[in-house]
Design a protein around this ligand. Structure first.
Ligand code: GDP
Ligand code: IMO
Ligand code: MG
Length: 424
């Protein structure tokens, strides 16, 4: 594996948490490179069931150094809550390191995320309301506060005095909201800094030393390729780049240092929030998959929209990430279906093509039909023991994507996994 990026290949919630937890057994470092606590990564292992938002999914193994990289935006309160919850369940966070360069999500980011969403009205994105977009906007505008700033009383006050005055003007004049108090925000964030100080480090040096020593490093992506700022369904996207390339800028490693990108795909397709979704299923089959799969957001509890596997978008994800390997998850959720569909082309402007145009809303999917297997797969651990129709379905997905299928996941537990490549 030496340096492997694990990347969401659809609209998020593909099961990255499960795959990272499983692969972390062989890793020395697990590092998040983008996103924030808009992520909800579920891990079910011998220690129990956990929902991680900021802490990397390697945290359950005390040998693993877990890094929250510079590309992540951090709500310190959310991180402290997550650390406390893990500690209360006996999980040590001694090996958690936070980049001093990661930007902090401030109270005005959370307020503005919600106010901007309201103002968008019918065009709202359906964000998670965690302040992600406004925090990344401030980073780009060079008015962000970094985690390293939280341990310096004077520096933090000087930065906040300027920024808060601007934000308060927006809050009060544009949105008729209450202003925030400089003193309160300053004191609160200093306390966060004090609490988190022992974890705040130069994490680039940590990742670089691990790579130099030839140790295995997992780069944990959040969200998914179709939520990428550039390659997703803009503007219905998140405000970071979940694709493999962002692991470089999000951690301080070179493109040549990443040995492999593993794409995580669901055996079908889901989406939370607004935006185009060509293969969305509106009838009772969609309802059925939602109930069978309990497809409700890990973070917000919102019902996830359900659709058939979209190979056109999968090929796009393959291209922009350069996957060497893929995992197909949640195959078991399709166990009872009599027939399945895969979108192999789009019809738009009177032509059929196999690449996504900029405006997905105009696309009509062209499907290929496959028989279901109507047999439980959750107990199967070997690929050749899967029902023939299930094997042929996942093989067809891998063929359409054009990459090796290395992992098939047939349940939420760590051991409900079929490994096709022992090298991983
Ligand atoms: P992530 O954001 O990509 O880490 O995915 P989430 O944790 O948000 O959502 C994936 C959901 O599917 C979680 O509830 C997982 O426990 C669960 N899960 C992962 N892999 C499988 C699988 O192969 N089968 C089933 N039934 N559930 C799975
Ligand atoms: P994980 O890591 C699924 C979606 C939101 C919304 C859009 C923008 O668990 O796969 P944001 O709050 O980021 O500005 O919201 O992105 N979204 C996710 N959907 N899984 C996620 O993360 C997501 N993170 C953000 O629902 O549509
Ligand atoms: Mg999730």
């Amino acid at each position: 594996m030496p340096v492997m990026a694990v990347v969401g290949a659809q609209w998020g919630d593909e099961g990255k948490g499960k795959i990272v937890d499983m692969l972390a057994e062989k890793a020395s470092v697990v590092a998040r490179y983008q996103g924030g606590n808009n992520a909800g990564h579920t891990v079910i292992n011998h220690l129990g069931e956990f929902r991680l938002h900021l802490v990397p999914a390697g945290i359950f193994d005390p040998r693993v150094t877990c890094i929250i990289g510079n590309g992540v935006v951090i709500d310190p309160q959310a991180l402290i809550d997550e650390i406390d919850l893990l500690a209360s369940r006996g999980i040590s966070v001694d090996n958690l390191c936070i980049s001093e360069r990661a930007h902090a999500i401030m109270p005005y980011h959370i307020l503005l995320d919600r106010l901007e969403e309201q103002a968008r009205g019918r065009q709202s994105i359906g964000t998670t309301g965690r302040g992600i977009g406004p925090a990344y906007s401030d980073k780009v505008a060079r008015t962000g506060i970094r985690m390293g700033d939280l341990v310096d009383r004077t520096l933090l006050r000087d930065k906040l005095a300027f920024i808060l005055e601007q934000k308060n003007r927006i809050l009060t004049k544009l949105y008729d909201a209450e202003p925030l108090s400089l003193k309160e925000v300053h004191e609160r964030y200093l306390q966060y800094g004090e609490r988190l100080a022992r974890h705040i480090k130069n994490t680039t040096q940590l990742v670089q030393s691990a790579i130099a020593e030839g140790r295995n490093v997992l780069l944990e992506g959040a969200q998914g390729t179709l939520l990428d700022l550039d390659f997703g369904t803009y503007p219905y996207v998140t405000s970071s780049s979940p694709t493999s390339g962002a692991a470089c800028s999000g951690l301080g490693i070179a493109p040549t240092q990443i040995t492999c990108a593993l794409g995580v795909f669901k055996a079908y397709q889901t989406r939370v929030g607004a935006g185009p979704f060509p293969t969305e299923i509106y009838d009772e089959t969609g309802e059925m998959i939602r109930e069978l799969g309990q497809e409700y957001g890990t973070l917000t509890g919102r019902p996830r929209r359900i659709g058939w596997f979209d190979a056109v978008l999968a090929q796009h994800a393959m291209q922009v990430n350069g996957f060497k390997s893929i995992a197909i998850t949640r195959l078991d959720i399709l166990d009872t279906l009599p027939r399945l569909k895969i979108c192999v082309k789009y019809r738009f402007d009177g032509i059929e093509d196999s690449y996504p145009p900029i405006d997905l809303a105009r696309c009509e999917p062209v499907y290929e039909e496959h028989p279901g297997w109507q047999t439980p797969t959750g107990g199967i651990r070997r690929f050749d023991e899967l029902p023939q129709a299930a094997r042929s379905y996942v093989n067809r997905l891998a063929e359409l994507i054009g990459v090796n299928l290395d992992i098939v996941s047939v349940g939420a537990n760590r051991e409900q996994t079929i490994m096709l490549n022992s090298m991983l």
